[in-house]
Design a binder for this molecule. Structure first.
Ligand SMILES: C[S@@+](CC[C@H](N)C(=O)[O-])C[C@H]1O[C@@H](n2cnc3c(N)ncnc32)[C@H](O)[C@@H]1O
Length: 423
């Protein structure tokens, strides 16, 4: 029978090979091996820990003459053991049994017990040091610096922590009363000071999808920064369009904020299947038309509010899915920025005069934020950047009309939001 470290190593290697999510790959593994279900929590801790710290663990191993690092199952096992050692959890028996399979000396691993990150990166300086210390590829750090994100080390440290969880509450629901009811079911929430329909989950986030109020559609799990996007779009009384709607989280918010009606599109029919589920739970199915369509080839005319929320490198969501760091390349960011620019330009061209087009991404790279907006404005002369209300984020020096929500400053996902108007 495999040990949890071996399962974790397999899940990690398979996740990278398939560019899938750790959660999905682990889920599949345990549904095929129900007898090992008891390992799940430990495998989760190990896989998350390795994904968040993989470059630091590689450095600890390379310092001992091992390597070069790879994403093979045996190197993943070496990382898992090094993670257990550095976090002070590696037992000698476990180390001696598994170290040979990882091709590493057990005594070397045991010697890493309790090693401080600052010791492991000794001798490194500048961006290289941050890169290894926070296990973030160098190109991502260079993109963040180019975007002028304040306190990059603070951001990188925050991206390696667990996220703060948020909910968005249905209009008309008394948040105080909801909080009382949820407390009885083990979920503690507190209203947000900035957005009237948002609350932070103080504890019990794991139970938040199993409450009566959730089943009855009184709230949605949604990060505060993501909710801010629809507030900035101000869809009240207008026809709103979300051409990259995914599961319709923002589209449902547009309906709750009083849009006359909403047209939500996505290239992938499967995503719209998820949207149907959400809209039914929220009893909003009648308010939102779903369309399989390509955001690069606009198919509706006359929408007064458009939210372009395209696929991105997801760096603002690393707290949830740190595994993305293991395969994301600068080439991916360049691919996304081309796709994003095309979508934004085509939606701006198609929008009627006076329309609002909000561009949002849950990433913070220069390429996918400031570069996209500047180039879109260059392509579409009849569009201009506009101010935003509410403005609760950080103001990028290179594009002061935009706002960014930053995990280390706002306790949210990393998000970039720009509001444009068609002249
Ligand atoms: C960041 S997600 C959108 C999340 C969504 N706005 C929400 O709040 O739930 C981006 C979505 O764009 C979709 N997508 C990718 N390429 C597309 C295209 N060419 N046209 C339309 N949708 C596309 C993806 O399937 C994905 O669901």
């Amino acid at each position: 029978m495999p040990l949890p470290e071996e399962v974790a190593a397999w899940v990690l290697a398979e996740t990278v090979r398939r560019r899938a999510s750790l959660r999905d790959v682990a889920q599949e593994y345990f549904s095929r091996n129900p007898g090992l279900e008891y390992m799940k929590p430990l495998v989760r801790v190990l896989t998350l820990g390795v994904a968040r710290n993989y470059m630091l663990l590689d450095k600890a191993l390379v310092n001992g003459g091992y390597g070069p690092p790879s994403h093979s199952t045996s190197w993943m096992l070496a990382r898992v053991l090094a993670y257990e050692a550095v976090s002070g959890r590696l037992k000698p028996g476990r180390a001696r049994r598994l170290a040979p399979k990882a091709g590493v000396d057990a005594e070397y691993l045991l010697g890493l017990r309790g090693a401080r990150p600052s010791e492991i990166v000794r001798g490194l300086g500048g961006v290289e040091r941050w890169s290894v210390l926070f296990s973030t590829p160098r190109w991502i750090i260079e993109e963040l610096l180019e975007a002028g994100v304040p306190d990059v080390p603070g951001l990188l440290a925050a991206l390696n922590r667990d996220p703060v969880r948020w909910i968005r509450v249905r209009p008309g629901v008394d948040v105080g009363r909801l909080a009382e009811e949820l407390r009885g079911e083990g979920v503690v929430i507190e209203p947000d000071e900035d957005l009237p329909d948002v609350a932070v989950i103080r504890s019990g986030a794991g139970r938040a999808t199993r409450t009566r109020a959730y089943r009855e559609g009184l709230y949605v799990l949604q990060d505060k920064a993501s909710s801010l996007v629809t507030w900035v779009a101000r869809p009240g009384g207008r026809v709103a369009h979300d051409p990259t709607a995914g599961a319709a989280v923002k589209a449902s918010h547009a309906a709750w904020l009083g849009a006359r009606y909403v047209v939500a599109g996505d290239l992938k029919p499967g995503r719209l299947g998820e949207a149907v589920g959400l809209l039914r739970r929220l009893r909003l199915r009648h308010m939102v038309d779903l369309v399989v369509g390509d955001a690069r080839a606009p198919y509706i005319r006359g929408a007064e509010v458009v939210v372009v929320d395209p696929p991105c490198s997801d760096i603002g969501r690393l707290q949830y899915e740190p595994e993305v760091k293991l395969w994301l390349t600068r080439g991916d960011a360049k691919y996304f920025r081309r796709l994003q620019l095309r979508m934004l330009v085509r939606q701006l061209e198609n929008a009627p005069r006076g329309a609002t087009v909000v561009y949002s991404v849950c990433t913070l790279t220069y390429s996918e934020t400031i570069w996209v907006v500047r180039n879109a404005l260059r392509s579409v002369q009849e569009a201009e950047l506009a101010s935003q209300e509410p403005f609760i984020g950080e103001r990028p020096r290179k594009l002061p009309q935009a706002q960014r929500m930053l995990p280390h400053m706002h306790r949210t996902q990393g998000f970039f939001i720009a509001r444009l108007v068609k002249l």
